[in-house]
Design a binder for this molecule. Structure first.
Ligand code: NAD
Ligand code: 3PG
Length: 535
């Protein structure tokens, strides 16, 4: 696996990858965009921070790319939708820099309140001035935290330690979350009207862009203190500058900008404003956080290589790690059933129904459905399909996907049934695991029992003496060795479903000959790479 690292990601955290003989790691922090576009096609994974824009143009050029790993939490620099459509997994490190960002928020707030940067510059410049740098205290003030997720929650707790009354606005958290943090949940309007300090800690989304703009600032208390250590643009920068210039905003602290580095006139004036404390997106820049996030994304990449569950994939359906662990042995059966069913289909596939019976039905079987669907579609469409893009591709194709559950598995403690419908017909194939090995136990309405193999021959005919002998004779005459045979039928001399596994592919002419010899109503040679553990 070839991995390119395009931002400053600490080597200590990447050691896990460097030690792995399967991996070649190219450290190219700060690589110019044009050069990256030229070489990205040779890489399987990219590790970034906020400094690299992983947009459609980059993803289009990244023909080999499997994983985008963001060594940090914010993924607004990654076109996740485009990555998903291409089946590229996007992972991040959502927890590793939380504390660093929360501490930095408080560092900036205190620095702004006590005029630390200006006082330091004055002293280092040779002055000894004190009155000019008289500050304000946090104790007794009302602070409003917008977004009480991982960072905002920690900021709220720290503000309380400074004896602030803390209000929070977050429409997506439970009352219990606010209660546990000891903060009062209010709406944005009340927060704006009542707080002395307002700090934003939401992700940057269409909903939060400009969440605090001119109208909100105008509603705030004169002399309000504003902070943005989340993402540039949540706190509208032009409105903030106007608020500072009018005196409505007394102090501000900004770590993040809508354009980094800040280049527009507004941003330059904001950075230069004497009542603003600024840092160049340093919220996550602690030694601890940088090791954390680098280790976290390295683990995710190794998990991907080992086909183990990913914990922080942002565009994989989110499954509990324990559930994925339990479901993993079933993935191969899902691939086999899908491949088997699809090879029996005649027309276009309109509907795929995944049925789970017995013990399995007590679990969330979505991982199985998604992996079965991915296996189906991977054989139907040209682009690679995996659990990331399977749902999207099914939707684009107009394929109806259904899941049914029943506690009743008949003689089986667990049973998976795949029904494929299309072109006016349907195909049913069911299987289970015996001691961890996939077995097919039903074809259409015939009870069967066989371990699927790479090369198989399936026939349906009227059961008469000598037919199996003829199959053996024809195959023998063409040097095709039979490994196993299983026959399913409902009554003596009735119709029979016969499946044979053979050591080598059965040529089409031999298939036709067996069909004639046995007067088969249906005969098909099947090739199941997934049964051989391939694909
Ligand atoms: N400056 C830095 O270096 C740095 C470091 C870490 C995180 N961050 C940024 O901090 C922000 C928060 O990160 P996090 O890990 O706490 O994320 P998180 O997902 O844990 O929390 C975000 C919270 O915002 C809330 N939210 C979403 N939309 C909202 C809205 N319209 N109004 C109010 N609340 C809303 C969510 O419900 C959630 O509770 C992100 O933007 C992240 O990128 C910056
Ligand atoms: O989203 C994040 O994790 C923080 O903003 C940190 O970004 P960075 O990794 O570019 O410092």
């Amino acid at each position: 696996m070839k991995i390119i690292v395009t931002d400053e990601v600490t080597g200590e955290g990447l050691a896990l990858l460097q030690r792995d003989p399967r991996i070649t790691l190219d450290l190219r922090p700060g690589i110019p965009r044009e050069e990256l576009l030229e070489i990205i096609g040779g890489y399987d994974a990219i590790i970034t921070r906020s400094g690299t824009t992983v947009d459609k143009a980059l993803l289009d050029a990244a023909i080999r790319l499997k994983v985008v790993a963001r060594a940090g939490v914010g993924i607004d620099n990654v076109d996740v939708e485009c990555a998903s459509a291409k089946g590229v997994i996007v992972v991040n490190a959502p927890f590793g820099n939380t504390n660093a960002a929360a501490e930095h928020t408080l560092a900036l707030l205190l620095a702004a309140c006590r005029k630390v940067p200006a006082a330091q510059a004055s002293l280092k410049g040779g002055d000894w001035k004190r009155a000019k740098f008289t500050g304000v205290e946090l104790r007794g003030r009302t602070a409003g935290v917008i977004g009480i997720g991982k960072v905002g929650g920690r900021v709220a707790a720290r503000l309380k330690a400074f004896e602030c009354e803390v209000l929070a606005c977050d429409p997506y958290v439970s009352a219990k979350r606010a209660q546990d943090l000891g903060v009062r949940l209010v709406d944005l309007d009340e927060l704006c009207r009542t707080c002395d300090i307002v700090t934003v800690h939401t992700p940057l989304t269409d909903e939060t862009r400009g969440l605090i703009g001119a109208a909100e600032i105008a509603r705030m208390k004169p002399g309000v203190i504003l902070l943005n250590v989340a993402r540039g643009g949540i706190l509208d920068e032009a409105a903030l500058l106007a608020g500072l210039e009018s005196g409505q905003v007394a102090l501000a602290a900004v770590d993040v900008f809508s354009e980094e580095p800040p280049a527009t006139d507004t941003l330059k004036r904001l950075v230069a404003h004497e009542r603003v404390v600024v840092t160049p997106h340093l919220g996550a820049n602690t030694q601890e956080a940088q090791v954390n996030v680098a280790v976290d994304v390295s683990r995710e990449i190794l998990a991907w290589l080992d086909k183990a569950p990913l914990e922080n994939a942002v565009n994989l359906p989110r499954f509990d790690a324990a559930l994925m662990g339990q479901m993993r042995p079933w993935f191969r059966l899902m691939a086999i059933l899908s491949e088997f069913g699809l090879q029996l289909m005649k027309g276009n596939l309109d509907r795929a129904t995944f049925g789970y019976a017995g013990g399995l039905s007590h679990h969330d079987c979505t991982p199985l459905t998604v992996s079965g669907l991915a296996a189906l579609l991977d054989r139907m469409v040209e682009q690679p399909v995996n659990m990331v893009n399977a749902g999207l591709i099914a939707e684009q194709m107009g394929l109806v996907v259904e899941e049914h559950k029943s506690t009743e598995g008949g003689p089986f403690s667990n049973l998976v049934t795949l029904t494929l419908e299309g072109g006016g017909s349907s195909r049913v194939v069911a299987g289970t695991l015996f001691e961890g090995t996939p077995r097919i136990v039903r074809l259409r309405d015939y009870a069967m029992d066989f371990t699927p193999q790479e090369h198989m021959l399936l026939l349906h005919y009227e059961d008469k003496p000598g037919r199996i002998g003829r199959i053996g004779t024809v195959l023998g005459a063409h040097d095709v060795n039979i490994a196993f045979l299983n026959l399913g039928r409902r009554e003596k001399r009735g119709e029979a479903m016969v499946i044979l596994s053979v050591d080598s592919p059965v040529p089409p002419a031999v298939v036709a000959e067996i069909g004639r010899e046995t007067e088969a109503g249906f005969i098909k040679a099947l090739h199941l790479p997934s049964a051989a553990g391939i694909g």
